[in-house]
Unconditional design. Structure first.
Length: 385
């Protein structure tokens, strides 16, 4: 009888383990947790080497054309060091490597370079002094801006290009003084979103200004703008203190804007380590701090939504902490992450921008000394690591 009781007890323990780990006995236990998207780096994307001995500088914007899954990036040729581009010198300082690539490059889904445009020397009235940000709208137009500073306070415009590099529109004028109260110009604009239903251009503005501003995407006519919590933006300088009460103003850089299918507007308040969410009239909805003790370059760099019907997940680029954080969009709770510090495939040095194709593959551009774009292949849903 004693042996039988031991066997029965052993079986009961085993059954309890199955029920617990399956989540049937205590919902919310490990394997009963929400399934999350799983990603694997593709070390062979894009196809290399690039033609003409081209190399990349800081990759400062990444976007996917919704019509064909082509991946567009913008980088800063001026960020390349002298030792990286020997053939660009006059006379050359090396025999067969390298030259700066044009600042805007187009890759097909397989990673082949299929297009490019833009000047190697930044500046002028129709090009940023320091390239920054990229968005491809529903018509295939390319939107970009700049984060350059200079004696003339130069990057105060937004540019709209056709895919062959033809300038279609310039909103704002280069060289204007920065002010969050200026309704015609920008303050080093960082990111862009064109909403098809309303034909509105949304600008995260920016590296000097402290606002989200909305314009008519065709005419550039001013519609509305606001700062943190929907407040009137204040350009007074601030210092981020993670122990202080939340700032009532955005702190530069105001680094990204993305709009969900349900109309909610999500902002990267990178200088304050937080996401803020708004209705489209500027009504504040909620916020979430991310890695709140990040005090160097901020933790909230860019965002993208998953492609399911409810856009259940946010993929958040945390550049200074070298990872992609996966958040539940409704709660803004983190449910998973991937990536790590490093220069090998799958690691990051200053992950900066994100794009997603129709198959939910993710493309990450790296700035500073990262100077590359990586593809992460969607492998379906599974338990969080």
């Amino acid at each position: 009888m004693r042996i039988r009781r031991i066997v029965m007890l052993t079986n009961l323990v085993a059954l309890s383990f199955v029920l617990v780990t399956s989540g049937l006995l205590f919902p919310g236990t490990a394997s009963a947790q929400k399934q999350v998207p799983i990603y694997e780096v593709d070390p062979f994307w894009p196809k290399t080497p690039l033609p003409n001995n081209w190399v990349l500088g800081n990759v400062i914007g990444t976007a996917v054309d919704p019509s064909n899954d082509h991946v567009w990036i913008i980088h800063r040729p001026a960020a390349l060091t002298n030792n990286e581009i020997p053939l660009y010198h006059n006379p050359p300082t090396g025999e067969d490597c390298c030259m700066p690539a044009p600042p805007i490059l187009e890759f097909d889904a397989d990673g082949n370079l299929v297009g490019h445009f833009g000047p190697l020397e930044a500046g002028g009235p129709n090009w940023a002094d320091a390239e920054h940000g990229m968005f491809v709208d529903h018509l295939g137009n390319i939107w970009t801006g700049g984060g350059g500073t200079g004696a003339s306070s130069s990057d105060s415009a937004v540019f709209k290009f056709a895919q062959d590099g033809t300038l279609l529109k310039r909103f704002g004028t280069k060289g204007m003084p920065y002010s969050s109260a200026d309704l015609a110009n920008f303050g080093r604009p960082a990111d862009f979103w064109v909403q098809e239903a309303t034909n509105e251009l949304w600008v995260a503005d920016g590296y000097t200004n402290r606002r989200l501003i909305v314009l008519d995407a065709t005419t550039g006519e001013y519609k509305r703008h606001w700062g943190a919590y929907g407040n009137v933006p204040d350009d007074a300088p601030t210092t981020y203190d993670p122990q202080a009460p939340p700032s009532q103003q955005f702190r530069p850089p105001v680094h990204c804007v993305v709009i969900a299918d349900d109309g909610l507007v999500y902002m990267c308040d990178r200088g304050n380590d937080r996401i803020q969410v708004f209705q489209q009239d500027g009504t504040f909805v909620k916020e979430r701090f991310i890695a709140k003790n990040t005090t160097s370059a901020g933790s909230v760099w860019d965002m993208e939504f998953s492609k399911d019907a409810d856009q259940q997940f946010i993929f958040l680029v945390d550049g200074i902490n070298h990872r992609i954080r996966v958040l539940d969009r409704q709660t803004l709770d983190q449910v998973s992450e991937f990536g790590h510090h490093g220069r090998w495939a799958g690691g990051f040095y200053a992950a900066h921008s994100i794009g997603m194709d129709s198959k939910q593959n993710i493309y990450i551009g790296e700035t500073w000394e990262g100077k590359r774009v990586q593809k992460f292949v969607y492998r379906g849903m599974g338990p969080a690591n």
